[in-house]
Design a protein around this ligand. Structure first.
Ligand code: AMP
Length: 125
């Protein structure tokens, strides 16, 4: 996908170490950290280290190794934060893209939300 990546976005700055973060897990290709403004008792952001704008951009252009590492890291984060289904009560994993998705930070990120019932997926507003 021919998408312009803004390397001044806040997650790019976190990845360069210019802004601190509360890391949950870091691997070769992926970083997971606490959302600065949590919407639930568990609210973790999982991001690839590569310059991908959105979910579809990542899925289209990332290497197999990056995609595998990202997915496995997300699963580990679910286990580490106690929301995974084998021991916890579940979670919601969501990603926003672009204007209609109301994406604020233009670097692909997966929100993992849990620790309480999350309600219906979408409001009607
Ligand atoms: P989205 O609207 O899907 O782009 O979500 C962006 C998320 O990034 C929001 O939930 C913010 O609270 C979160 N966020 C913004 N800046 C930071 C930061 N410096 N550290 C951690 N999370 C952040």
């Amino acid at each position: 996908m021919a998408l312009q990546y803004d390397d001044q976005n806040i997650f790019a700055r976190i990845l360069r170490g210019e802004i601190p973060n509360k890391t949950v897990l870091e691997t070769e290709h992926t970083l997971a950290f606490h959302d600065i403004s949590p919407s639930a008792p568990v609210h973790i952001l999982v991001i690839p280290k590569g310059p991908y704008v959105s979910f579809d951009h990542f899925c289209a252009d990332a290497s197999d190794a990056e995609i595998l590492d990202f997915q496995r890291t997300a699963a580990k984060v679910c286990a580490m934060t106690g929301v995974a289904l084998d021991k916890g009560e579940g979670f919601r994993a969501i990603t926003n893209a672009g204007a209609h998705g109301v994406q604020e930070v233009p670097h692909y990120h997966l929100h993992i939300l849990g620790g309480r019932p999350m309600g219906r997926m979408l409001s009607t507003a």
